[in-house]
Design a protein around this ligand. Structure first.
Ligand SMILES: Cc1ncc(COP(=O)(O)O)c(C=O)c1O
Length: 368
């Protein structure tokens, strides 16, 4: 079977704008990719160092200690109780899982994979890689009968949209009706900002209020990249339906998709400490408080963005014009069209810059 060639990596299209921004006399402010800039917590680094003697192959399912740490974290931070060892699985970061899940589930031509309208591009790429059809649709009543896999992303990248309990219930019920696997990618769940999410934890698809204890065909993906500044470690995990976790484990064993043993130890340290997560959230709160009003004063409307790591903003003109204008200020943002065809006028700005760069961005936006 031959498939059409993959599209160019979208961020390559940003090169001219990066060059323009780099020419700014006071240096570039990169709000585009969303790669963490703060240090990995010492407890995590110490745990990694202490586990560096690792001559044997690691377990694909992870050590029992790691799986128990994931289970305890879900109960403590996400209100998901009663998970068992057979219902959790570490992954090598979550991007590989997102892009490979259709393959790991055996999907292919003729199958439909649903993802949000404003979406992290890897959901679509996972469909492309197996020759399946990706459909960008948020309304569960419009999900087609051919849907075999549904991705939710709450809080959303790029738009910061949170799905509340009734929305999660409706999505889950529709997926069950279609016989589709439903997976919620929730890696920004600790970053609630506005409305009820300032006080109430962002709910998980595995929340008992959504599905009781019936986790059939339902999974949640989570990542430590952002909440623990571990993007360079590639540490993430899945939880949910034991049958699916078993099937995925089997393929992942055959494919050698296992998380390195020292990283499993580092993950345990991160998952058992809530202090560094709260400290990191506070850093992002400060940066968001600088950037959001500055963007608004400069004529941008910030949409949704009630949670998560990004500001999803529009000036009411073509996104590439906004990208160019921001590049003239030495600010690099992400164009809305990278997140699907429905947002030609949006740009995404990440909170992953130092306080100094966030303040510099705010003052550059203020002088226009
Ligand atoms: C929604 C979403 N899912 C998954 C990922 C992948 O994260 P990682 O591979 O670092 O776990 C990202 C990264 O930006 C993301 O925004």
């Amino acid at each position: 079977m031959s498939r059409p060639p993959l599209p160019d990596y979208p961020w390559d299209h940003m090169i001219p704008y990066r060059e323009r921004a780099a020419a700014h006399p006071d240096g570039v402010i990169d709000l585009s990719i969303g790669s963490p800039v703060d240090a990995t917590p010492t407890i995590v680094r110490d745990a990694l160092a202490a586990a560096s003697n690792a001559p044997a192959y690691p377990l694909t399912v992870g050590t029992a200690d790691l799986r128990n740490a994931i289970i305890a974290w879900f109960a403590r931070r996400r209100g998901v109780t009663g998970l068992t060892l057979a219902e959790v699985l570490p992954t090598v970061g979550s991007k590989e899982l997102v892009a490979l899940l259709p393959f790991l589930l055996g999907l292919g031509e003729g199958d439909v994979i649903v993802h949000p309208r404003a979406a992290y591009p890897s959901y679509e790429m996972g469909a492309v890689l197996v020759g399946a059809t990706a459909v960008a649709e948020d309304d569960p009543t419009l999900w087609p009968p051919e849907a075999k896999l549904v991705w939710l992303n709450s809080p959303g990248n790029p738009d910061g949209r949170v799905l509340d309990i009734p929305e999660l219930q409706a999505a889950r019920a529709r997926a069950r009706e279609l016989g589709a696997v439903i997976v919620s990618d929730e890696c920004y769940a600790e970053l609630g900002w506005d409305g009820q999410w300032a006080d109430v934890p962002v709910p998980s698809l595995l929340d008992p209020r959504v599905l009781g204890s019936d986790r059939r065909d339902t999974l949640v993906a989570y990542s430590l990249s952002k909440q623990s500044n571990m993007a360079g470690y590639r540490t993430a995990f899945l939880a949910g339906c034991a049958d699916l976790i078993g099937r995925l484990t089997n393929v992942r064993k055959h494919a050698g998709l296992m998380l390195a043993q020292p990283l499993q130890a580092a993950m345990i340290a991160a998952l058992t400490d809530d202090t560094h997560v709260a400290e990191q959230k506070e850093r992002y709160r400060v940066r968001r408080a600088l950037l959001k009003p500055a963007l608004e004063a400069a004529g941008f409307q910030v949409d949704r963005s009630e949670a998560g790591l990004y500001l999803w903003a529009s000036e009411g003109r073509d996104a590439w014009e906004s990208i160019d204008w921001l590049a003239g200020l030495g600010i690099i943002a992400g164009p809305g069209p990278f997140y699907g065809p429905h947002f030609p006028q949006h740009v995404r700005l990440s909170l992953t810059v130092t306080d100094e760069r966030a303040a510099a961005a705010a003052s550059r936006l203020a002088v226009v």
